[in-house]
Unconditional design. Structure first.
Length: 318
């Protein structure tokens, strides 16, 4: 079978991971047609350090030399970049969040459909082997869900809030587990840090179910967990970091395979290009996760204003 030619736009932290995994695990299926970074100089330097070909501009990427593109550039460049690729009929894996706003997301979805190609949203946690095992093991409905996604990522560059950076993973998972529910949204301010780095939100459903999500990139500890109570009052704990699932404190699953979430995602993208699979995460799912994340950002801003007003009122009353 002829190798697919994949280009990577954006070779920072996540783009480099894509390159490394394609080179290590998919070398029999894929060759990297080239990389493209934010500037010509950074592109040449990165290509030289990785011993890879490169493109001087997006204009050089076409269906003759590239079968698919991974867009791992900063979020504010997703739309500009993806529009040009999709209009050439080339499929794209776009890192989450899909875009910075809903209008741009709608535009990309429309362009992909008009040019008979597809977008695979890079919601990598949906490909987590432990989450895939959970979906096979658990039954609906749920009574409550609590998600924790915290750590310290202050050494990295951030172009979005923690809601769009980290929390959107759990938003997407919860929406997949509760596909027909429309929750009321609220936010609580963490006492020590600004909500853009440290946020806690609540999704309250018309059913008895609610979901709470805590996300932080300034936490001294690293934790990726989800706690679920189902309608049978069984209690599930999903430890994403260690690949373990507990049911009522009894270990029922431990991921021992070496296959990672990113490898699963890349395999899905490759098979989608070949026409043997469909995207595990749809653009509709990515759009809905983005919509909820943006609404939660609004809740956080409103709660921040409310608390500042309350604080001023208290000072005025003294």
């Amino acid at each position: 079978m002829e190798k697919l030619k994949i280009a990577i736009i954006g070779a920072g932290r996540m783009g480099t991971k894509h390159i490394g995994n394609l080179s290590a695990y998919f070398k029999d299926d894929v060759e990297i047609s080239g990389i493209l970074c934010s500037t010509p100089q950074s592109t040449m330097e990165k290509a030289k350090s990785l011993n890879l070909p490169y493109f001087n501009s997006i204009d050089e990427i076409n269906k003759a030399n590239t079968d698919g593109v991974i867009i791992a550039a900063s979020t504010n460049k997703h739309t500009y970049t993806a529009k040009q690729i999709l209009r050439k009929g080339i499929p794209c894996l776009i890192e989450k969040p899909l875009t910075a706003n809903l209008a741009e997301a709608k535009e990309l979805i429309k362009i992909a459909a008009e040019n008979n190609t597809f977008i695979l949203p890079g919601h990598i946690e949906h490909y987590n082997p432990t989450y895939l095992a959970l979906k096979r093991a658990i039954s609906l409905p749920f009574r409550n869900i609590k998600a924790y996604r915290v750590g310290n990522t202050q050494g990295r560059k951030h172009d979005t809030s923690v809601v769009l950076d980290l929390m959107i993973h759990d938003i997407g998972i919860i929406q997949e587990l509760m596909p027909k529910a429309s929750p009321a949204l609220s936010a609580n301010m963490m006492k020590k840090n600004h909500w853009e780095d440290d946020a806690k939100v609540r999704l309250t459903y018309s059913t008895p179910c609610y979901a709470e999500i805590v996300a932080s990139r300034v936490s001294p500890v690293k934790d990726r967990r989800m706690l679920i109570k189902d309608n049978n009052y069984d209690f599930w704990e999903i430890d994403f970091l260690n690949g373990i699932i507990y049911k009522n404190d009894i270990k029922v699953h431990e991921h021992k395979d070496s296959v990672t979430s990113l490898q699963n995602e890349l395999r899905n993208f490759i098979n989608c290009i070949r026409g043997t699979e469909k995207p595990l995460v749809t653009v509709k799912q990515a759009f809905n996760a983005l919509k909820t994340a943006l609404e939660l950002e609004r809740c956080c801003r409103e709660e921040e204003v409310k608390q500042k007003h309350s604080h001023r009122s208290l000072i005025d009353s003294l």
